[in-house]
Design a protein around this ligand. Structure first.
Ligand code: BGC
Length: 740
């Protein structure tokens, strides 16, 4: 046993050494153009031929050019081409027809599933379930690997505190700890236990770094922040992903403190490799090295290639600048060949780690692909992930769950029968045939004698002629209305920033008209961000946040609506009262004039709006009321060597067992660098049986109290701390202790 445990690292080290010798021998034989080729990543133009390429098929000009470049060793990697048949065909060109036979690396944006689509990452983060995230990433990797993919451009680990930013939907929300933990879970899921296995994908945390801090939430916009902030909030999820083994990273689009990230040597080399010892390679985001010109950082394409390469971008995505300029840059002495070799070594070592030199096809074949893609197992997982991602914001009069019989239901809104918007953004390879609409999910749950009327009522962003009238009639004839409203996929993700994070006016008008019928309304919100909910929407008796839940969307929502699954999700982002509060996030600093609900003037708040969230980070109800007792601590003091036990009693006043996410927050009352008003340090899921009380405890360690001091090293100072065990970032009373 002992011997076996000792052997594994030695074998891994021996294999790494063997890979290195192999790679270096290869580099010694490469021309400078072949080296530049390994750093050149292009779109896969064969991607829409999942059935493969047959003898005699003709190529379009893009395909012909790509084929010629692959054969000449001028392309080392392709992205967003999937399918066992076509990737095999293209890999053959590289392996059998190029001079050195170096296999291609196939990458793809497998963000929340391939053909089977899981909830968007923000939605899944609402599950606060790390095991679930690891399992969905694994399933996505299984489908991706079988389709010939080796690397995924995920997880997206950008902390996103401004809900106007469209890309909030791609990550784990506004909190650092949640982003760290989901980064780890997803990296593990994608990469699996053995990177050489066909079902393992190299993970690529993105977008390095601080892309989520874009000014005004405007995509691609500049970021300017203290190093303190950068290292405390935006870098930790990347570090967490690397510590979990992520072997690649994508540099971002944004300017950071005056140096665009894709040309930022301090970030891409000094911090990444120097401080953190990162072992993988950096890929630029789509043409981001070329964009150094538009940023006003590089003079021309040649300059952009030089700056990006010397900063630490190893592989260039799509721009073609590396293959165009590297040979001449080296010849002129403007780039040392050693830097090119270093980048090539990083890329080839990743190919070796994937086992591509031993099996360039890594076992991907059409039969495996057919067997695992959209399998029953994956669809069941999508349904589980879907229902666990739903967050119940309110449930007046216990309107939910609905009984299966005896109620006439009107399903109203643009997302009732819709099948295209269930997947959400970044579902590049989805299988539309797998979509379950809300209507289908509800019908399946109700059975044949369902009293269900479905009326669209409005388009997503425009009124529909006669829509409101039809909706009001349907509502009038019903006992309860399901109002399926919100955002379309087109309204969130890349370049989809919004000035107002509201429900579009046409749908608000629909909501008001339906509410005026006096019938009880359940809002089923489809959304890719934290939103402002107002008027009849917020006035509805019940609200479920259903994000974009993926292939099994309708079934997952029905599971919650009819009570087969009691809601367990919690918000990973704040829902502010008003768009104008953006960026609103719970872990903000205190000002010198903090506002309290009773305060009027000359305190920190916008006119007429509390300086709070309407629905705070961490909030989420279930089908039983849970009461928290006062929080207690095991000791009024703590030393560097102690741990503190923090306890609370939860009482379930309902008739169903409940699963509660208990959240531990702290506040450092006085520190040499001011600290957030609350900061999540841990959380735990606790089952509270119906009618019962359960005491639960969590441990606070000395390490939890550390913050980055003025000298940017982790520090802690004696003094008073607040500690909460609470159901959200905006509830509960703290206990206190003193660090001595
Ligand atoms: C996005 C990346 C993505 C890449 C490749 C870019 O526009 O910013 O997140 O991985 O395209 O599709």
């Amino acid at each position: 046993m002992m011997a076996g445990m000792m052997m594994a690292p030695r074998i891994a080290a021996a294999k790494a050494q063997e890979n290195l010798s192999r790679v270096d021998a290869l580099i010694a034989r490469m021309t400078i153009e072949e080296k530049a080729g390994q750093l050149n990543l292009m779109n896969d133009p064969f991607r829409w031929r999942p059935e493969g390429i047959n003898p005699g098929d003709t190529f379009d000009s893009d395909q012909a050019q790509t084929a010629a470049d692959i054969r000449a060793g001028r392309i080392g990697a392709l992205f967003n081409g999937v399918g066992a048949a076509s990737t095999r065909y293209v890999q053959d060109m590289a392996v059998k027809e190029s001079r050195l036979g170096i296999p291609l690396l196939f990458a793809a944006d497998i963000v929340h599933g391939l053909k089977t689509t899981f909830p968007v990452p923000l939605g899944e983060a609402a599950s606060w379930d790390l095991d679930l995230a690891e399992r969905t990433a694994r399933a996505a990797a299984v489908e991706g690997g079988a389709a010939g993919v080796h690397q995924t451009y995920a997880p997206m680990v950008d902390v996103a505190r401004d809900q106007r930013w469209g890309r909030v939907v791609e990550g784990a929300g506004e909190d650092v700890l949640l982003n760290n933990l989901f980064a780890i879970a997803r990296t593990r899921g994608f990469q699996g236990d053995d990177l050489t296995h066909w079902s393992s994908l190299v993970a690529t945390p993105k977008h390095f770094a601080a892309y989520g801090a874009a000014e005004a939430g405007l995509d691609y916009n500049s970021t300017d922040m203290s190093e303190q902030m950068l290292r405390s909030v935006y870098l930790p999820p990347f570090k967490a992903a690397f510590d979990a083994g992520a072997l690649s990273v994508m540099s971002a689009f944004n300017d950071l403190n005056g140096v665009p990230t894709s040309g930022n040597k301090w970030l891409l080399t000094d911090v990444l490799h120097g401080e953190w010892g990162f072992a993988g390679f950096v890929v630029s985001d789509y043409t981001s090295e070329q964009e150094l010109i538009a940023h006003g950082y590089a003079a021309d394409g040649r300059d952009a290639a030089r700056l990006a390469l010397m900063a630490g971008v190893d592989m260039s995505m799509k721009s073609g600048l590396y293959i165009k300029h590297i040979p001449e840059l080296v010849q002129s002495g403007d780039v040392p060949v050693e830097r090119v070799d270093q980048a090539v070594r990083r890329v080839l070592m990743t190919k070796a780690a994937l086992g591509l030199f031993d099996d360039p096809y890594r076992g991907s074949d059409v039969r495996t692909e057919r067997r695992v893609t959209g399998s029953r197992e994956h669809l069941d997982l999508a349904r589980e992930a879907g229902r666990k991602s739903i967050v119940m914001l309110k449930n007046e009069g216990d309107l939910l769950p609905l009984p299966r019989t005896g109620k006439r239901i009107a399903l109203i809104g643009p997302f009732g029968a819709d099948k295209t918007d269930v997947f959400g953004p970044w579902s590049v390879f989805k299988d539309m045939a797998l979509a379950v609409s809300l209507e289908e999910g509800v019908r399946a749950a109700l059975g044949d004698d369902a009293h269900l009327t479905v009326v669209k009522g409005s388009d997503v962003e425009a009124p529909l002629a006669g829509g409101i009238e039809a909706a009001v009639l349907a509502a009038g004839d019903a006992d309860v209305v399901l109002l399926a409203i919100g955002e379309s996929s087109e309204m969130s993700a890349e370049s989809k920033s919004r000035t107002e994070i509201t429900i579009p006016d046409a749908q608000l008008a629909l909501a008001e008209a339906v509410a005026a019928t006096g019938k009880p309304v359940v809002v089923l919100l489809r959304n890719g961000r934290g939103m402002e909910l107002s008027g009849a929407v917020n006035g509805a008796a019940a609200i479920l946040v259903t994000w974009f839940l993926g292939s099994q969307s309708g079934n997952a929502i029905a599971d919650v609506l009819f009570g087969d699954h009691a809601p367990t999700g919690r918000l990973p982002v704040s829902f502010p009262y008003k768009s104008g509060q953006s960026p609103f996030y719970y872990a903000h600093k205190s000002t010198g004039r903090p506002s309290r609900p009773t305060d009027r003037e000359f305190t920190t708040k916008f006119r007429g709006v509390p300086n709070e969230a309407l629905y705070p980070f961490g909030h989420g109800l279930t089908y039983a009321p849970i009461r928290y007792s006062a929080v207690t601590v095991s000791s009024p003091t703590m030393t560097r060597d102690d741990e503190l036990t923090v306890s609370v009693t939860l009482t379930n006043g309902g008739e169903r067992d409940a699963s509660e996410v208990v959240q531990l927050y702290i506040r450092d009352r006085a520190a040499s660098i001011t600290q957030p008003v609350r900061l999540l340090k841990a959380f735990k899921r606790v089952t509270v049986p119906a009618g019962a009380s359960v005491e639960t405890s969590m441990t606070l360690k000395f390490a939890d109290l550390l913050f980055l001091g003025g000298d940017l090293t982790p520090t802690v100072e004696p003094g008073l701390f607040d500690v909460w065990l609470a159901p959200s970032a905006q509830s509960g009373e703290p206990a206190q202790f003193t660090l001595v």
